[in-house]
Design a protein around this ligand. Sequence first.
Ligand SMILES: [Zn+2]
Length: 74
Amino acid sequence: MEINECKHMTKCDFYGCNNLAKYCFSTKGVVKRDLCFCEDCLKGMYEAIAKLQIPKGIESPFKLKKRMRREDEK
Ligand SMILES: [Zn+2]
């Protein structure tokens, strides 16, 4: 799967978005057709993905620090 710049003039596939698509998500046949989306929707997707991905990455070092601190206090 890869995200490429959209070469043909097409509207963003996101519901309620009237922008022209700037990128397309190529799945090489996994979905019926490539998903095309604009820069705003890319950011929206990125933020949505980041919400799922980042908390886990941030949480563990914090837990580690807390654990280390507790060990220091002993
Ligand atoms: Zn859009």
